[in-house]
Design a protein around this ligand. Structure first.
Ligand code: HEC
Ligand code: HEC
Length: 290
């Protein structure tokens, strides 16, 4: 009996030890990833414009690229994550920045092309690995638009106060937390994007779909606990059976030809609804080519 108790005690102690090591590892890794400084690059120079067509393109990009899904309907910043399980992640207020002059045009490029703040520290969750792939034309339009926005709401300090669960999910890459690591900081903004109904233009636009539909667009499991499975959108899936009109109406109105209603909370089709017919057709041609 005594021996049994001794061994149970040793096993329990080992388990407690393992849990402690795991907790220390997660905390250290998280802090190291979030406090890393990224250097060795210069933000590219953009020629900002006040031209109304440039500003209109920039505004449309804030819908298509999901900025408003995370940063709030008026881009005023909000508690993007705020649950007892995950903790609090505030998104930045993107309005009033140019007028207040606290951000230079190069600061926008630091965030959108390099995924870092003015101190070259990484932004948490911000999908900068996607915005980094914007063309120079689109990046210029986006920044020109954002930089002239009048203030909505108020500008508050950054706040990322996450739980151990969120830290563990981030460290083990189950949450797209440290996207800055995925960016090629030496690459310049693309200048060779041709806007036409071609698979290559479709592939350029489809960058916004990768986060959920996966890099090969074959879909997979839920992107976070509580979300549905993500279907494939290549020629092997339903998209391979749909006409262009059916594809277009699915993304414009959130209802598939099979009659399934797509909940915007799971599949953010309003971002695609803001695309032009040409953009949707390029996407269609691309998905059917793979
Ligand atoms: C999935 C949600 C999400 C999307 C989509 C998103 N952002 Fe963010 N963004 C964040 C979060 C979260 C932060 C705050 C990160 C932090 O404080 O570490 C942030 C921070 C920023 C910053 C702050 C930079 C700084 O120096 O503090 C800028 C600029 C920005 N985002 C612009 C954009 C633009 C423009 C878009 C659309 C093209 C966009 N974001 C799309 C989540 C998102
Ligand atoms: C935030 C995650 C997310 C993003 C980003 C996203 N999707 Fe989806 N998409 C989903 C989910 C989840 C479903 C399945 C919804 C359901 O079953 O109700 C879906 C369904 C679809 C469907 C219907 C497929 C079918 O077989 O019925 C199409 C088409 C589609 N997405 C296209 C796109 C395109 C194009 C983009 C990029 C412009 C995109 N999605 C971006 C999550 C996403």
């Amino acid at each position: 009996m005594k021996k049994f108790l001794k061994w149970t005690g040793i096993v329990l102690l080992c388990l407690v030890g393992l849990v402690a090591v795991f907790a220390i590892y997660v905390n250290l890794r998280f802090d190291a990833d979030y406090s890393k400084t990224y250097t060795g690059f210069e933000p590219e120079n953009l020629d900002l414009s006040a031209d109304s067509s440039v500003l209109a393109l920039g505004e449309r990009l804030t819908y298509i690229k999901g900025c408003r899904d995370c940063h709030g309907k008026k881009l005023e910043g909000r508690d993007f994550i705020n649950t007892p399980d995950l903790g609090l992640v505030m998104t930045t207020n993107l309005t009033g920045r140019g007028a207040k002059a606290d951000w230079k045009p190069s600061d926008w490029v630091l965030a959108l092309k390099h995924g870092v703040d003015q101190d070259h520290k990484p932004l948490f969750i911000m999908p900068a690995h996607e915005t980094a792939l914007l063309s120079k034309k689109d990046m210029t339009a986006l920044v020109s638009y954002l930089n002239q926005l009048p203030l909505s709401g108020e500008i508050v300090a950054r706040e990322v106060e996450v739980t151990f669960l969120t830290k563990a999910l981030s460290v083990f890459d189950k949450l797209p937390a440290f996207n800055t690591q995925r960016i090629d900081h030496q690459a310049s903004l693309k200048t060779n994007v041709t806007e036409s109904v071609t698979p290559s233009y479709g592939a350029y636009l489809a960058v916004s779909c990768i986060g959920c539909h996966r890099p090969d667009f074959k879909g997979g499991g839920p992107i976070a606990p509580g979300f549905p499975d993500v279907p494939g959108i290549t020629s092997a899936g339903n998209v391979g059976k749909w006409t262009f009109e059916q594809f277009k109406s699915t993304l414009r109105y959130g209802k598939t030809p099979e009659g399934r209603i797509l909940d915007p909370a799971n599949m953010p089709w309003p971002m695609a609804a803001a695309m032009t017919d040409l953009e949707l057709e390029a996407l269609y041609v691309y998905f059917r080519s793979i």
